[in-house]
Design a protein around this ligand. Sequence first.
Ligand SMILES: [Mg+2]
Length: 236
Amino acid sequence: MSGRPRRLVLWDIDGTLLHGGSVAREVFAEAVASVTGRPADDSGVRMSGKTDPLIALEIMERSGILEEEARSVLPKVLLALEEGLESSADRLRREGHSHDGVREVLESLSADPRVVQSVLTGNLKANARVKLASFGLDRYLDLEVGAYGSDDQDRTRLIPVALRRVEERRGWRLDPADVWVVGDTPRDLEAARAAGARCLLVATGGYGFEELSALSPDAVLPSLEDTDSLLRTLPA
Ligand SMILES: [Mg+2]
């Protein structure tokens, strides 16, 4: 066994590993409309970096649904969201794509026994699985140790969830400093910093390279195509 430390790499999904097209947004609106019986207004609701429960609540607020009602129907909306995405998997595959370089870096890192890869995502667990499986990326990740929007609607509380799961499933007791979060928004960085983890931001989502660089994450890249640089950075 080499002396290199163990690492947990937590990938964000949307904007980082893949682009899902407009399907996800439409599925949200349909879920809200079907459960509340009222037309959903998602205009101006920016989804990137937010957890699914938070997005659902924002759409309901925007649609004129009072907070008390929104909170009480939220579980049903999330269930409708899961069903909606599951049945849209073919469209997701057609309209979306995984980002360049993603498969290569996931595959290379999955061959390193000192690295475990999973996700830190605002997606509900079921939705994360559908999206990743649609592009054949789930095989490289241990989704059982990931942390999801279904665990907590506040993304900044998710790293401790993943650390606990890694310890339960693998017996690895890692510190937050052993964790890399890879994401595409300031919210990924916020989640990493809240726990004391490192963060690599990539400009393949809604934010540009300059914009992300200005946040001073531990690393920033224009895309995930530079496999060599990623394989130097993430296990280090
Ligand atoms: Mg993202």
